[in-house]
Design a protein around this ligand. Structure first.
Ligand SMILES: NC(=O)c1ccc[n+]([C@@H]2O[C@H](COP(=O)([O-])OP(=O)(O)OC[C@H]3O[C@@H](n4cnc5c(N)ncnc54)[C@H](O)[C@@H]3O)[C@@H](O)[C@H]2O)c1
Length: 360
């Protein structure tokens, strides 16, 4: 397949490398001089019909503009659009653009919905929760990204912190809950939302659900997955609740606690600083009163998701559109809530005496 990648920065560069590793041909478009073309409008007319799919990985505020440029060249284009799909103020215009191009197929890149590790966790939870209901779900994605921020990366002025990990965490939650409960979750006002960012939700027959993410390396739940890391130094760093500036350690997990006390925990990169392949080695740990069972999942999630979604885009009949509108509406509301708090940060202590908390 021949795939055009628009925006060959950090994520677009990985897409190009993964496509080439899978023997696909690539066409690159970026302002950088090493790209094949600087602009979608520069791609020669003769080449456009030979492009099977397009990947949009320009900065989020340019997604709609880039997509429109592609659809001007190819009305029935197959497009994998990086997440978030568009900035909050352009989500409605994105839907209208797609309504005007009924032959186009557009899928927002959902890495975690296509992840074998997430499917492994969801399978275990589904099996066990048939007789042992889910009591609590905790999902955390924390890394100290301040060195990236200092270099001008990871600065999303539209969604703020919500723009980085929230789509991924919602994707995991979507796999864990049944569809009705997931819709109820998105529709339920959060019990508390804090700017680190911590969002707690309970009620409407849902389990207690807490999503937490920090770009400053402030660990929210060190005890839930910290002990599952193989390296003593990593365990110690997580236990301090403070991942240092420039550290490569990422603390990402999804933990499901059942009524009996059994826990299923998906932990990403638990072999950090132990295995060379740690970035593509994850584990699902099921702990009961009698012991723990560990299933290791070896996978390059980004490559798996890219391949699966490009296959769906290029093979499904008719117009395929997966914009995840409900997720984007939810993220936009959350970002606005946290943004308004940032603008007027009257400190109020809330849950567990955590700093920066605001209850609503
Ligand atoms: N799915 C994921 O896990 C994931 C991870 C990281 C980033 N993202 C998303 O990918 C997008 C890009 O993020 P990034 O971290 O790679 O950013 P980046 O800044 O590293 O890369 C963006 C690239 O777009 C290029 N660019 C800017 N304007 C352009 C234009 N008008 N035409 C062509 N190219 C242009 C820049 O030169 C740069 O190379 C964002 O929407 C981000 O949210 C997704």
């Amino acid at each position: 397949m021949r795939v055009a990648v628009i925006g060959v920065g950090r994520i677009g560069g990985l897409h190009v490398a993964n496509l080439r590793a899978a023997s696909h041909r690539t066409v690159t478009v970026d302002l950088r001089p090493e790209a094949d073309f600087r602009d979608v409008r520069e791609v020669p007319d003769a080449l456009v019909p030979q492009i099977d799919a397009w990947v949009v990985s320009t900065p989020t505020h340019l997604h709609l503009q880039t997509l429109r440029q592609i659809l001007t060249r190819a009305r029935a284009a197959r497009v994998l659009l990086e997440k978030p799909a568009a900035v909050p103020s352009e989500l409605a215009a994105l839907s209208r653009t797609l309504d005007e191009h009924p032959d186009a197929r557009v899928v927002v890149n959902n890495v975690y919905a296509n992840s074998s590790a997430v499917h492994q966790l969801a399978g275990s939870v589904r099996r066990l929760s048939a007789s042992d209901p889910i009591r609590r779900i905790t999902i955390e994605f924390t890394k100290n990204r301040l060195s990236d921020v200092a270099a001008g990366r990871f600065v999303d002025t539209d969604y703020g912190e919500i723009g980085y990990e929230w789509f991924h965490m919602l994707a995991i939650l979507r796999e864990l809950l049944d569809p009705e409960d997931y819709r109820a979750y998105l529709a339920t006002p959060w019990t508390a939302a804090t700017r680190e960012v911590r969002v707690s939700t309970s009620g409407r027959g849902l389990p207690d659900i807490e999503l937490y993410s920090s770009m400053r390396g402030r660990v929210g739940f060190p005890r839930l997955a910290g002990p599952l890391f193989a390296s003593a130094a990593a365990r110690q760093e997580i236990a301090t609740r403070d991942i240092g500036f420039g550290a490569g350690l990422r603390y990402r997990f999804a933990d499901v606690e059942l009524a009996s006390g059994t826990r299923c925990c998906l932990v990403y990169e638990p072999y950090y600083a132990v295995l060379d392949s740690y970035k593509n080695t994850h584990a699902v740990v099921t702990s009961t009163a009698t012991g723990a069972e560990v299933t290791t999942v070896a996978e390059n999630q980004l490559a798996t998701a890219l391949t699966a979604q490009l296959r769906a885009l290029t093979s499904a009949p008719g117009g395929l559109v997966r914009l995840y509108q409900e997720e984007h509406t939810h993220m936009a509301r959350l970002a606005a809530h946290i943004g308004s708090y940032e603008a007027n940060p009257a400190p109020r202590l809330g849950l567990a005496g955590q700093r920066n908390e605001v209850t609503i």
